[in-house]
Ligand binder design. Structure first.
Ligand SMILES: Cc1ncc(COP(=O)(O)O)c(C=O)c1O
Length: 392
């Protein structure tokens, strides 16, 4: 993040009316006008709200963009970007895309005549080969979920530009504390602010940031026209989360690296996925474009079975079994039975999501306690699987 913590904290405005240090929650649906069209900058709260505006300005500053726009969920933010397109347009998307984005692209937008081509964007040449004159939008996530694949944002941005396509980066996993795609040539950034920006697993929110004001105006128009705005209360919670973003993310990264290093040594582990490990295929690109490697670590078990992974995720104490990520408390999930359950097993495995793959969202507890928790889970789950096979 080019803004340091001091600048970030003091870029959140003090309320001009009252001097309130914390941004006030303007819980109102409408604003009294002096005469028709004569107002203090706000007329109806779907169109604009001062608490939401404070968040929108803050995220635009953090991502070094011109305009921030806040939505009721990450998926509503993605949906707003897709509404820039027209029937006949093509999207070129990362093949390891978040399942909810895949569902939206395939089941909602394809029926309106938008085609989606999925490619492995970890090699920019694949993007070059797959792009067509109809490709109006390139969609990447880096790192991806749950296999932490890395795409070179600058290289893909150059290809997008030469083709006249927009590049949108889902920056949810890295957050602007580690990576600012607009500075690397992207046109749009989206966030599930539900994750690291909110940071406390207590809200659902989405954000879009655009590089240009013109693109920002188009998304603002869509926000007002479609109406999936973020509430004032949740806007305030995201602002409060962002106040501690740099310090939280720094600790998430430290803890995640310690956990990843522990896992690489463990005899029951087949493979560890973490961009901070030197043997990660795109470690050098991750180090070039981000100032840290994030708080998510995935790994596969040597016993690559649903049963072994199931037993593991049911035997942790601090890592709570839950969907989502990016909060203070550590979470874990078993994608084959949870986030990726709807994907046919062969397709899921081809994308690297093995039966025995487990995803960790490493929280802010003591790293030593988290490692001990995992060590115990390996022992307990192995014993549980052995007992099952004896009784089978
Ligand atoms: C990378 C990524 N993008 C977008 C989303 C969607 O965000 P939300 O759940 O806030 O709608 C998620 C949710 O898990 C995600 O992981």
């Amino acid at each position: 993040m080019s803004k340091n913590a001091t600048e970030l904290i003091h870029s959140i405005p003090v309320d001009e009316l009252t001097g309130a240090l914390s941004v006030p929650i303007y819980q109102t649906s409408t604003y009294v006008q002096e005469a028709p069209g004569v107002n203090k900058g706000y007329d109806y709260a779907r169109t604009g709200n001062p608490t939401r505006a404070a968040l929108e300005n803050l995220i635009a500053t953090l991502e070094e963009g011109s305009t921030g726009i806040a939505f009721a969920s990450g998926l509503a933010a993605i949906d707003a970007v897709l509404k820039l397109l027209q029937s006949g347009d093509e999207i070129l998307a990362v093949d390891d895309i978040y399942g909810g984005a895949f569902r939206l692209f395939t089941h909602i937008y394809e029926k309106f005549g938008i085609t989606v081509n999925y490619v492995d964007t970890t090699n920019a040449e694949n993007v070059f080969d797959a792009i067509t004159p109809k490709t109006k939008l390139i969609w990447i996530e880096t790192p991806t979920n749950p296999t932490l694949k890395i795409t070179d944002i600058e290289a893909v941005a150059r290809i997008a530009k030469s083709n006249g396509s927009l590049l949108c980066v889902d920056n949810t996993f890295a957050s602007p504390a580690l990576q600012q795609p607009l500075l690397l040539g992207a046109d749009i950034v989206i966030h599930s602010a539900t994750k690291y920006l909110g940071g406390h697993s207590d809200l659902i929110a989405g954000l879009v940031v655009t590089k240009t004001r013109e693109l920002g105006e188009r998304i603002k128009f869509i926000q007002n026209a479609s109406g999936a705005i973020l509430s004032p209360n949740d806007s305030w919670l995201v602002i409060r989360g962002i106040e501690t973003l740099p310090i939280r993310v720094a600790q998430h990264c430290k803890n995640a690296l310690a956990v990843a290093e522990f896992l690489t040594q463990h005899p029951d582990v087949e493979k560890v996925f973490y961009p901070g490990l030197k043997n990660h295929p795109n470690h050098i690109i991750a180090a070039k474009q981000a100032s840290g490697f994030g708080g998510i670590v995935s790994f596969t078990l040597k016993n690559d079975s649903i049963e072994a992974a199931h037993a593991f995720v049911c035997n942790t104490r601090y890592f709570k079994l839950a969907e989502s990520l990016g909060g203070v408390k550590s979470l874990l999930c078993h994608p084959a039975q949870m986030t990726h359950k709807s994907i046919p097993a062969e397709k899921r495995k081809a994308a690297g999501v093995a039966d025995g793959l487990i995803r960790l969202s490493v929280g802010l507890e003591e790293a030593a306690d988290l490692i001990e928790d995992l060590r115990t889970a390996f022992e307990l789950s192995k014993a549980a699987v052995q007992t099952q096979s004896i009784h089978a």
